[in-house]
Design a protein around this ligand. Sequence first.
Ligand SMILES: Nc1nc2c(c(=O)[nH]1)N[C@H]1C(S)=C(S)[C@@H](COP(=O)(O)OP(=O)(O)OC[C@H]3O[C@@H](n4cnc5c(=O)[nH]c(N)nc54)[C@H](O)[C@@H]3O)O[C@H]1N2
Ligand SMILES: Nc1nc2c(c(=O)[nH]1)N[C@H]1C(S)=C(S)[C@@H](COP(=O)(O)OP(=O)(O)OC[C@H]3O[C@@H](n4cnc5c(=O)[nH]c(N)nc54)[C@H](O)[C@@H]3O)O[C@H]1N2
Ligand SMILES: [Mo]
Length: 829
Amino acid sequence: MENSVDRIAQPWGGRTPYARGQAWPPRVDTHLAEGVEPESVERWVQAASILHSDGDAMDIAVKDGRMVGVRGRVVDRVNRGRLGPKDVFGWQANASPDRLTKPLIRRDGQLAETDWDTAMELVATRSRDLLRERGPGSIGFYTSGQLFLEEYYTLAVAARAGIGTNHLDGNTRLCTSTAAEALKESFGCDGQPGTYDDIDHADVIALFGHNLAETQPVQWMRVLDRLEGGDPPRLVCVDPRPTRVARAATVHLAPRVGTNVALLNSLLHEIIRTDRVDHDYVEAHTVGFDELARTVEECTPAWASRICDVPAARIVEAAEVLGTADRLLSTVLQGVYQSHQATAAAVQINNLHLLRGMLGRPGAGVLQMNGQPTAQNTRECGADGDLPGFRNWQNDQHVADLAEVWNVETTTIPHYAPPTHAMQMFRYAEQGSIRMLWISGTNPAVSLPELSRIRSVLSQDRLFVVVQDLFLTETAQLADVVLPAATWGEKTGTFTNADRTVHLSDKAVEPPGEARPDLDIFLDYAERMDFRDKDGAPLITWSDPESAFEAWKRCSAGRPCDYTGLTYGALRGGSGIQWPCTEEAPEGTPRLYTQGVTWAEPDVCETYGKDLLTGASVPAVEYRSSNPDGKAMLRAAEFIPPHEAPSDDYPFQLTTGRTLYHFHTRTKTGRAPQLNAAAPDVWVEISSSDATARGLGEGDLVEVTSPRGALQGRLRITGIRPGLLFVPFHYGYWDTDSGSGPDDRTPPRAANETTITDWDPVSKQPLFKTAAAGVTLLEKSTGRPAPAPTTTASAPSRTGSVRPTEGGVAARVRETTGMDGDGTDGGAQ
Ligand SMILES: Nc1nc2c(c(=O)[nH]1)N[C@H]1C(S)=C(S)[C@@H](COP(=O)(O)OP(=O)(O)OC[C@H]3O[C@@H](n4cnc5c(=O)[nH]c(N)nc54)[C@H](O)[C@@H]3O)O[C@H]1N2
Ligand SMILES: Nc1nc2c(c(=O)[nH]1)N[C@H]1C(S)=C(S)[C@@H](COP(=O)(O)OP(=O)(O)OC[C@H]3O[C@@H](n4cnc5c(=O)[nH]c(N)nc54)[C@H](O)[C@@H]3O)O[C@H]1N2
Ligand SMILES: [Mo]
């Protein structure tokens, strides 16, 4: 059957209901540029989505050497042919006329075009000078969760063994460092226990601070299909906003922001009080039960109710649903990760699963989610604050093993302290010990907290800033050298989604102008720097994506994220494959921990853990004595209040996040007409009671202030919890409509003008979700509503007051259902 659906107005498309335990029926979503007939497409080139961590597999339609559309890959386990709105429209940004096509260097204060040799020689010369004068610690690399595996691995080798610096991290610090840390704290090692297939089997799905409907719309389609099929799951949602998830939930808890630990402790209190504990599982597979039970003993629902401002009866109800689940799937994301007790809260969800024995079986799993499409690879490859292959920097054997893979001395690889985290790198740059910062695939001048500070750090004369991007972003404007990168669809490589599924993404078209793949740029740098191994041979021995992948496989061998059973050949044509994939498990591994945890053993584990309150590293001896057999760890934490409380000047809590139609700082989605039109400018969400009390109305222009700065936006009145404001963080200073450049900051509109320089002590993830703020009226609306979508969490509380968000003809997507789903219809050539 075929349907044509406006996927701006109906972001999740049509339903394909299915019953518990059945396979999710396929549905192939296709979108071609206006005037392009399906028959005229010359090639379909295999890829996967790069605009979230879902890993939706797709084929890119190519005609006359240009991208002309996309369709979902029906053979893929992740999406079975479906695509989200960003996937179907986002590709258009690749062909934007404002792509960077030549390197730029700063001359007399201005960025001017140059050739590659000049730009790269400048970077290499500065690197050599700094190495000679100030040593490796003067050079830092800040990368992304959006490049490919091959690129991160190459960067990690160049930085850690070539330069020998400890200062390499990704924007994954802002994104999934808590996911990684929570997995390490509970299971001894990074690695997602669950799989998306658990959605097919769960009878309860609990979402903690995760707006699945907007941020992974394809898995939300899967949940919607289950809700309409036989034996539907019950949903529990913890989110202070009326998201689509909240509206579909059996129990919705809307806590005061920054109180997740109190709420979770009370849920665990109830699970233990009502004895919904799987004692055999706890006995066989965990350590730490007594301390956890002691810690939550006093955490009654009545106690949590006062802290979280949620009715105690509602907490009891949620605990009842979680406690009686027969197969429980939980997902966790930024509502938990971007706050002051991020790791402490995230591990309580692991505790819930351990207490209830809900791991390693169909439907029983936890997804400590990723956000960015390739964040998992940043972590695996050690391009973040970890060593490659989930190796433990405190374990000399692991460092020696890595040194052997790279054929360098162990002393070459810095391991005197934990790898430097991004927030600390910016601090070092501010203080002057880091003198060169190479930023690839991220836009910190919009995405880091406290932007006035970030701008001043990046603008310093003494700091040499290299920016590698597709566009002249707010960050690139501040650079000394700008390197034009090729991206998704213009280069080949692999990446791994939130449920460990590895996808291959092939090159479909040529990059614009002289733009080059990030891999080629890093290889060029390594060659100019002449990095050598301990025998004097080149340190980096690969020259293209596939040989880089093969090199990574050797580094991953025997480690939890073992890729040795994968090849480009195996990834081409069929579905993505979940790691570990080895000779013993050639089809990949759907679920980890089917027989208790396996990587927490002291000689194997990625970390000996950290104190959940202070973040201090636990010494090896202590780990060996508390967890000698390498079991899962039930880690207890007491609640502490958010660092910044509302006051007379700043009476509101402020939280920030996403909308369905945009990706981060909009460099891609802002250049896709359908997506841009759906959410063209910033807005501020406020509750009806707060609006009424202050005489504010829909569309009023307000200023939101915090001790760090201010922004302006129009008000949207929603069912958000009273006392809380929400601002999407997508809007930097570049704008398609006004044509204003990224350096024009009037009026201020970036959420991060107001956010605080502060982070979770354990994962070092910054606090984007909890701040105090004030709101003042600048101008009454003259009937114009806020530019916020009506289809999402920003839906107005009074229906009919605002025109519904629609995309029209240009947003029509063909949805094909009723086929076999065995690949006969949709596989790429
Ligand atoms: N459309 C879209 N999808 C995306 C992205 C995007 O930019 N746009 N980015 C991708 C990336 S990198 C990421 S990291 C993910 C993020 O995906 P999500 O984490 O789902 O998105 P956010 O909007 O950041 O935050 C989720 C929810 O946390 C809630 N929240 C705020 N404070 C609290 C709190 O104290 N407690 C609780 N329980 N909840 C709270 C907010 O109301 C919000 O609805 O999305 C990925 N997918
Ligand atoms: N207030 C607030 N701030 C937040 C968050 C929040 O919820 N609230 N969320 C945080 C989170 S979870 C995240 S992930 C970050 C995201 O923050 P950023 O990473 O800064 O956001 P992006 O816009 O995705 O920036 C990616 C950049 O890489 C470029 N790029 C894309 N593809 C390629 C490529 O192939 N090669 C190269 N070289 N460049 C490429 C894009 O053009 C873009 O400029 O924001 C964080 N900041
Ligand atoms: Mo993220």
